[in-house]
Design a protein around this ligand. Structure first.
Ligand SMILES: [Zn+2]
Length: 397
């Protein structure tokens, strides 16, 4: 009997195509990936400069999928570039590989996390949700306000209200936190996101200790940050994961904030590039440089406004300019969103709007604290889908 079942199952197992998930390796270039998978390198060389540069922004650990045919050949690969766009490599009916940039089909869910401290907020949030992005966002929000190392005790509660994007059934990209609280020795510390996108404390004072400055004097922005844009002439999806500043070759580039140099070197797309890791965890990137400031190396500490290099056109660049990027982990964010001026609190009508947002979030915090804290979410993200190469539609597989 056992043997009969084996024989019946075998053909299905052998001939069914299947989906393999894999993570993008840290430091892997798109070309070495193609080589490793024995895919034609023309997939890369046929891309135009903008798209070639995009391949350098594939976040490490990005969740990728590969559809393997019954004959064990690769039918389709999906590689997310950011939370809006992905690269799709697919086998055409003529059995040739093609590639294009297509939108990511995602769903956004509102979620509330309530857990209690057992060791440290970062570890507890990570253990409960599995999300490093959520854990680091929470810690960054409270940095400078609460000393987690000194004051926290086991059992102290924390609540986070946030929106999370899901792709192919799995959480991805940065969560958007709308409110968070933590109680330490019976004292509650809360933060709220106002309509303007900034984070405020209970009194409506803007809580952002870290303000970045423009990487250039007399800055002139020639191209802004966009995760997804449809080019009406090229009929293609594009992304620009930074801000371009037009400037003459040789113009000094300034550190946007205090920090430590985490990279000085050259890449194919971005050319001569410097990266600085800042104390709030964000990483700024300065690309297409003509030259680096002499003496600058990995680990050098820099002050806000300090010259770190000079504008040029190295890498894939059509003329002298600075490409300025900002990253949270490996996720690109709009540099201008962290270069806002500090506001002086709210007045009249605006304050009323804030009070409404605050009381709604306080209500969620209080409701949660009356329930049982989450221990572990469990794994319910096992569904597998693939994207139909003609319609972009996600289909159950
Ligand atoms: Zn650029």
């Amino acid at each position: 009997m056992g043997r009969l079942i084996f024989l019946l199952l075998l053909p299905i197992f052998v001939f069914a195509s299947h989906v393999q998930s894999f993570k993008w390796k840290d430091g892997e270039s798109f070309l070495t990936f193609l080589e490793r998978k024995k895919l034609p390198l023309t997939l890369f060389y046929n891309l135009d400069e903008e798209d070639q540069k995009l391949t350098e922004d594939i976040p490490y650990n990005a969740n990728c999928q590969m559809l393997i045919s019954s004959k064990n050949s690769i039918n389709q690969i999906l590689i997310p570039i950011n939370d809006e766009l992905q690269l799709q490599i697919y086998l055409s009916p003529k059995k040739r590989y093609s590639m294009r940039v297509i939108p990511i089909v995602s769903e956004t869910y509102k979620e509330v996390l309530y857990t209690q401290i057992t060791s440290a907020p970062y570890d507890d949030i990570l253990r409960t949700t599995g999300s490093k992005n959520l854990a680091s966002t929470f810690v960054r929000m409270f940095k400078g306000r609460v000393n987690f190392k000194k004051d926290l005790k086991a059992g102290d509660p924390l609540v986070i209200v946030y929106e999370q994007k899901y792709r192919l059934g799995k959480p991805f990209s940065m969560p958007e936190v709308s409110g968070a609280m933590i109680e330490i020795a019976g004292k509650r510390y809360s933060l709220y996101r106002h309509k303007d996108g900034n984070i405020y404390d209970e009194k409506g004072a803007q809580f952002e200790k870290f303000i970045f400055k423009s990487p250039m004097r007399n800055a002139r922005i020639t191209s802004g940050f966009t995760k997804r844009r449809y080019h009406p002439v090229l009929h293609r999806y594009r992304a620009h994961l930074g801000v371009d500043y037009g400037a003459r070759s040789g113009t000094p580039i300034l550190a946007t904030g205090d920090g430590r140099v985490s990279f000085v070197g050259t890449s194919r797309g971005y050319g001569k590039t410097t990266k600085i890791r800042h104390s709030n965890g964000l990483i700024s990137l300065y690309a297409h440089q003509k030259s680096f400031k002499s003496g600058l190396s990995n680990g050098s500490s820099v002050k806000q406004g300090e010259v770190i290099g000079y504008v040029g056109s190295s890498g894939l660049s059509s003329g002298p300019h600075l490409h300025f990027g900002m990253y949270s982990g490996s996720t690109p964010i709009d540099p201008l969103s962290v270069m806002k001026k500090k506001t002086e609190g709210f007045s009249g009508k605006e304050y009323k709007v804030f009070v409404a947002i605050r009381s709604k979030l306080d209500q969620i915090f209080n409701e949660k604290l009356r329930t049982k804290p989450m221990k572990h979410r469990g794994n319910d993200f096992q569904d597998v889908y693939y994207v139909d190469k003609n319609t972009f539609k996600v289909e159950a597989f």
